[in-house]
Ligand binder design. Structure first.
Ligand SMILES: [Zn+2]
Length: 489
């Protein structure tokens, strides 16, 4: 049987235009998706947009738009960035306002309710609109959310439905114990384990419709809509058409259950990429929700750090916001993908500035990779009788190891080590001089160099597929290609 991978990004919340953090996350997930496909696996790759909740409702009101009209506009903008970022064309795109997602989220609620994990009570809560999350006192700094110090914490007093989170504390700890690589990197798993060990509290999963109508109706109570997180997290299985009601034999047709079996039960669940601000929601809340519905947990949660610029959080007021589309316009898609894969830290916070980008572009792409391919293919075109057939078709073992651990940066390092090795070989053997004295030996060396360039192209396929294709074409035609990356001033 073919190996299978289900990999997904977080659904970005559409209260703002697509930002660099999302671009980084989806490029990394795409690299893993392409890599697994290159290994011969069957891959289901998912992204989409998270479209309910108070922040979006308020934003739409501010703009004088119906919430649906507002999210329709934003969803198009998120769809439109996939191509410039070089994302796999077969990616699935779910919107949490899709009727199929709504039906699935309501079925999920009913299941958790029937299993006894949802109840109603009166409560007062502290709420950060910026996070769309309730905050406990221990999470506040001077009475403010540390991520949104400019927003006032709201006090809310209302009757809400609650999810019995503490019922899953022991099961979550057992999950972390049994699967030490459930959360990547390991420090984040320690962090969530410590949080669960400190004790969990029930969390609210509904809002009164009279206060905030922009959400999925609670199926058992028309006065409430679902809390946005509770609805959005279900996307990871709604895209597999869970709960997949079996179609009656008399109605014929395939059984939907196959889809969920195929991509969740038989794969061991989704690999979910997310930012570190999603740690609690994805590695604990969502896993407890799955348990409450009687479903198996996700496969792995990969947690990215934040992207800063000049050491600070990007913000309009600081004028340090980097728009991924502008990077693609000024340089190109593969240059952005290289920087995300090879220059930014995988799991720690990492700095993205134009200066750093520009420097890496010239040093690693124009001078490094681009220059090597030009030199080798020029010699190949001049000295060889015809195209070299690349014999090594497997990825190197260390490259495989790093990508299996989501260490994309270390896999990229292997590619650039190979570039250095080939540069050194040219310098030491000087085939362009040798060709006059010992043609046979020069031809042998250039053939080896082309083999090396072919191995580089193979490793670049998941990371920079357009560039890899250009190199493969050059090798197949035994011709020096146009410069892969033009040096920029
Ligand atoms: Zn906040």
């Amino acid at each position: 049987m073919k190996e299978r991978t289900y990999i997904t990004t977080t659904l970005p919340y559409v209260n703002a235009e697509p930002h660099i953090g999302f671009a980084v996350e989806i490029i990394r997930a795409d690299i893993i998706a392409r890599y697994r496909r290159a290994l011969g696996e069957e891959v289901f790759f998912n992204t989409g947009t998270d479209e309910h909740g108070q922040k979006i409702y308020q934003k739409a009101l501010e703009l004088g738009l119906e919430p649906q009209a507002y999210v329709d506009q934003l969803a198009e903008k998120f769809k439109a960035i996939l191509k410039p970022l070089g994302i796999s064309e077969d990616i699935n795109f779910v919107r949490t306002t899709d009727p199929a997602h709504i039906a699935s989220a309501q079925a999920f609620w009913r299941t958790c309710d029937q299993n006894g994990f949802i109840y109603k009570k009166n409560y007062q809560t502290k709420y950060c609109i910026g996070c769309e999350l309730e905050k406990t006192d221990s999470e506040l700094v001077n009475g403010k959310c540390p991520d949104h110090p400019n927003l006032a914490i709201e006090l809310r007093d209302e009757e809400n439905y609650f999810f019995k989170f503490p019922a899953f504390g022991d099961k979550l700890l057992a999950l972390y114990k049994e699967r030490p690589d459930f959360v990547i990197p390991a420090e984040r798993q320690k962090e969530i384990k410590a949080l669960v060990e400190r004790g969990l509290q029930d969390f609210s999963i509904s809002r009164l419709k009279t206060k905030m109508p922009w959400g999925i109706a609670v199926p058992t109570d028309p006065e409430h809509v679902m809390y946005v997180w509770f609805d959005a997290l279900v996307n990871y299985i709604s895209v597999l058409s869970w709960p997949c009601l079996a179609r009656a034999e008399s109605e014929g047709g395939p059984n939907d259950l196959d889809n969920f079996n195929h991509w969740w039960l038989e794969t061991g669940g989704a690999i979910q990429y997310c930012g570190k601000d999603n740690l609690r929601q994805q590695t604990a809340m969502w896993q407890a929700m799955l348990m409450a519905a009687g479903l198996s947990p996700s496969k792995q949660i990969v947690i990215d750090g934040f992207i800063t610029s000049g050491g600070q959080k990007m913000s309009k007021s600081l004028g340090n916001v980097i728009n991924p589309l502008e990077v693609v316009e000024k340089y190109d898609t593969d240059a952005l993908r290289y920087f995300v894969a090879g220059e930014l830290a995988m799991f720690e916070d990492s700095d993205f500035t134009w200066e750093r980008f520009h420097e890496a572009y010239n040093a690693k792409l124009a001078n490094g990779l681009g220059n090597l391919v030009s030199r080798v293919m020029k010699m190949a075109e001049n000295y060889l009788a015809g195209p070299v057939e690349i014999t090594k078709k497997e990825f190197p073992a260390d490259y495989v190891k790093f990508l299996s651990e989501f260490e994309i940066g270390k896999a990229v390092d292997i590619v650039w080590q190979k570039i250095s090795t080939l540069d050194l070989k040219i310098q030491q053997t000087q085939p362009f001089k040798l060709i006059k004295e010992n043609k046979e030996e020069a031809v042998k060396i250039v053939t080896e160099l082309v083999q090396g360039v072919g191995e580089i192209a193979k490793m670049l396929e998941p990371i920079m597929s357009t560039t890899a294709e250009k190199i493969n074409q050059a090798i197949a035609n035994n011709k020096m290609p146009a410069p892969l990356f033009v040096r920029k001033d």
